[in-house]
Design a protein around this ligand. Sequence first.
Ligand code: NAD
Ligand code: DAU
Length: 339
Amino acid sequence: MKTLLVTGGCGFIGSNFVRQQLQTYPDVSIVNVDKLTYAGNLENLADIENDPRYRFERGDICDREFIDGVLDSAAIDSVVNFAAESHVDRSILDSGPFIQTNIVGTQVLLDASRKANISRYLQVSTDEVYGTLGEDGYFTEDTPLAPNSPYSASKTAADLLVRSYFHTYGFPAVTTRCSNNYGPYQFPEKLIPLFISNALKDEALPVYGKGNNVRDWIHVLDHCRGIDAALRNGEPGEVYNFGGNSELQNLELTFKLLDALGKPRTLIRHVEDRAGHDFRYAIDTTRVEHELGWKPQMDFETGLRSTIDWYLSNKDWAERIQSGQYRDYYETQYGKRLA
Ligand code: NAD
Ligand code: DAU
C-alpha cells in the first residue's frame, strides 16, 4: 500500500487527481490536506469521501506543526503539492497570499518532508514560469525562467527552492510544469468555466484586450496522468513539461464556447487588457513522450464538449461555489463552520 499526501486536493486539479488515483490504483491511499480557501471545495470529492483509503485534514501548508503532525500520523511515501493561490488576476490585485502559500508553504512542505524522509516529492508547477512566447516556438524544460506576473514569480521561486533542495540535500523532488487545464470542478473565475457560467445566465463575457492571446489547453485528466507518470517514473531533480497540443486564441475559444451553448456572439465584451498579459504559451512535449511514455489522450473538441456538458449538469455546483454556500457542506460533514 502506497500512501500519498496530496495538498490542495479540494481544488480543481487536486480533486481530479485524488479521484483518478483512487480509481486507478487499489493499493493507493491518500491524505488530503487543504486549507479550504475560496477555491477549495470539499464537495468536489463528495463521491469518495467515505472511501476507507481517503482521509481529509483541513489545514494550511504554511503551518509547520500541522504538517509535521500529518506526516507523523501516517506512513506517507510521497507528497504531491497542488496547494497554491492559482489565479493570475488575483495576484495582480494582491500578491501577499501568493508569496505566503506558494513560496513559504512550499518551503514548509519541503522541510517537513525531508525530516519525514519521504521517498518522493512532486511539485506541481506551471508553464507560466517560462514567461511568454511570441508567435513562434515552444517552451522546453531548458527554456530560461522568466516569470511575468506575481503569480508566476511566486511559482518560480517555489520551483527554485525545490531545485535547491535536490542539489543541496539530495532531496528526491520532481517538478512538473503544465499548460492551461480545463475540465470539471474548475472554479468559475478562470476563462472556460467563467465564460460558460456567464453565457448560461446571458451575462457578458469579458475578453481581455483584443482576445488574440494564445493558450494551450489540456484536459485536466491528461495532466493528472502526467503527474502520476512523473511521480512514479520521473528522475529526482528533473523537470517535466506537459501540454495539450491545442493552441487557441482566446477569441477563437470564446466563439467555440458560445456556438456550443447556442448563445450569440453579442455577449462578448472587449474589456481592458490584463496588466503584463503574457501573449502565448505552448509546450514541446518531446521529453515526456520519450522518457515517461506520456501523450495527451483527450482531443480538445471532445474534451470541451464533455466539460460544457458537466457544467450544464452541475449548474448548482457553480452557483454554490461562487456564493460560498459550499461552506454549509463542510459544516454538515465536520460540524465546524468555515470562517
Ligand atoms: P485551485 O485554485 O483550483 O486549487 C488550489 C487548492 O489549494 C484549493 O483547494 C485551496 O483551498 C488550496 N490551498 C490554497 N492555499 C492553501 C494553503 N495555504 N494550504 C493548504 N491548501 C491551500 O488551483 P488548481 O487550478 O487546481 O491548481 C493546482 C496547482 O496546479 C497549483 O499549484 C497551480 O499553480 C498548478 N497549475 C494549475 C494550472 C491550471 O491551469 N489550473 C496549470 C498548471 C499548473
Ligand atoms: O498556463 C498555466 C496557467 O493557466 C496556470 O498556472 C494558472 O493557475 C491558470 O489560472 C492559468 O492561467 P491563465 O492566466 O492563462 O488562465 P485564465 O483562465 O485566467 O486566462 C486564460 C486566458 O484568458 C488569458 O489570456 C486571460 C484571458 N481571460 C481570462 C479571464 C478570466 C480573459 O480574456 N477574460 C477573463 O475573464
